[in-house]
Design a protein around this ligand. Structure first.
Ligand SMILES: Cc1cc2nc3c(=O)[nH]c(=O)nc-3n(C[C@H](O)[C@H](O)[C@H](O)COP(=O)(O)OP(=O)(O)OC[C@H]3O[C@@H](n4cnc5c(N)ncnc54)[C@H](O)[C@@H]3O)c2cc1C
Length: 334
């Protein structure tokens, strides 16, 4: 397994903050590397961090051991007249896999175009966008158990997928290295569009294809999200889910508050709450809140990870004081 010492973690994340170093750094390029990392490296250290594309992580300090998942592979494992099951290596770039699926005429993930990061991280928070989420297509997740090194396959119904949540954030948080994900896609050119913003953006196309959806999502995301040279991890907080009674009383006080039914509860817009507290476009030195999207915290250049944590705490305090709602980080702070 390839190994380096004292690696700056900033450039390995999309936030690109300063002030975080891994004393030992490993590159996981095969299942054998993953097994060696799980059995020989992890058990001998007190803390470690596994990175994919670093697009949902904010490292803030020196850490003993880190690794980067780079295991490749894309393979059709089952094909029928209407659908295919593909097995994707954990180190594959998610967006490249979406692009590949669309080019083959396989529907099911086209609205998740341009989500940064790797396939292996996709199940962790059950990635989703524009009405699609990984759990809609996931068949199983393969990984290496720590510390035994055994290969285990988890069927999707054992992954406990939820909104930005899965078993990999809880019971299996530090004991499972995902090595592959299998997804089932449908052979169909015509797209199903369930998400209102996407449907509006596709207005004018009578019967949108999955390529239309893919291109439209790419356009929408490029307009809303910071350009690649500005550090960020996308949405910093999750959208809060509150009981119906809480949402009703908030709606009485704030009639323009966006609210969305969600599994018998109500999902609120964290971006709206943050904007109402006056943070949209705010800048504190090199850290700020993106002026086109209040849910995105940005590093304008030389921010430390701890600067981002400080601004996030300020935002949480303001939202709690004004709305009585506790924002929860989507980004994993280390
Ligand atoms: C501009 C931008 C837009 C984004 N938009 C969206 C969006 O629309 N929807 C959405 O859901 N997310 C979005 N994200 C968040 C992010 O892209 C996803 O969470 C993505 O899945 C993270 O992948 P990664 O490889 O970068 O993971 P990392 O950030 O490297 O890691 C994330 C977590 O997964 C763990 N992990 C990574 N790989 C493995 C593995 N192989 N086995 C076990 N654990 C692992 C890490 O330890 C860490 O805890 C966005 C991020 C950015 C920067």
């Amino acid at each position: 397994m390839r190994f380096q010492q004292n690696v700056d973690l900033g450039p390995l994340t999309t936030f690109r903050t300063r002030g975080a170093v891994a004393q030992q750094f490993y590159w996981i390029e095969s299942e054998r590397d993953a097994r060696e990392f799980a059995t020989a490296v992890v058990p001998s250290v007190s803390e470690w961090l596994l990175l994919g594309g670093g697009s949902n992580v904010l490292p803030t300090r020196t850490i003993e051991v880190a690794a980067c998942m780079q295991l490749p592979g894309r393979r059709v494992v089952e094909e029928g007249p209407d659908a295919v099951t593909v097995r994707l290596g954990a180190g594959e770039r998610w967006h490249a896999c979406v692009q590949w699926a669309v080019s083959q005429g396989w529907a099911g993930i086209e609205a998740m175009a341009l989500i940064p990061g790797t396939v292996g991280a996709a199940p962790i928070q059950n990635i989703g966008a524009y009405g699609q989420q990984l759990s809609d297509v996931c068949q199983w997740v393969e990984g290496i158990e720590i510390p035994s090194g055994e290969l285990r396959t988890l069927p999707a119904d054992e992954c406990r997928f939820g909104y930005r949540d899965s078993i990999f954030k809880h019971e299996l948080a530090s004991t499972f290295i995902i090595t592959a994900v299998a997804i089932r896609l449908v052979k169909r050119q015509e797209a199903t569009v369930a998400y209102p913003e996407l449907a509006r953006a596709l207005d004018g196309i009578a019967r949108p294809t999955i390529s239309d959806v893919f291109e439209c999502v790419v356009r929408l995301r490029k307009r809303k999200l910071p350009p690649p040279d500005v550090g960020s991890a996308g949405s910093f907080f999750k959208n809060p889910i509150v009981p119906v009674q809480v949402a009703t009383s908030l709606a009485e006080r704030y009639p323009s508050m966006p609210q969305f039914p969600f599994n018998g509860a109500i999902k609120l817009s964290a971006g709206w709450l943050i904007e109402q507290c006056g943070f949209k476009g705010v800048r504190r030195g090199d850290v700020g809140v993106y002026d086109r999207h209040a849910l995105v915290l940005v590093n304008w250049g030389a921010a430390q990870g701890t600067d981002v944590v400080r601004l996030a705490a300020e935002i949480k305090d303001a939202v709690r004081a004004r709305f009585g709602i506790e924002l929860e980080e989507e980004v994993i702070i280390v």
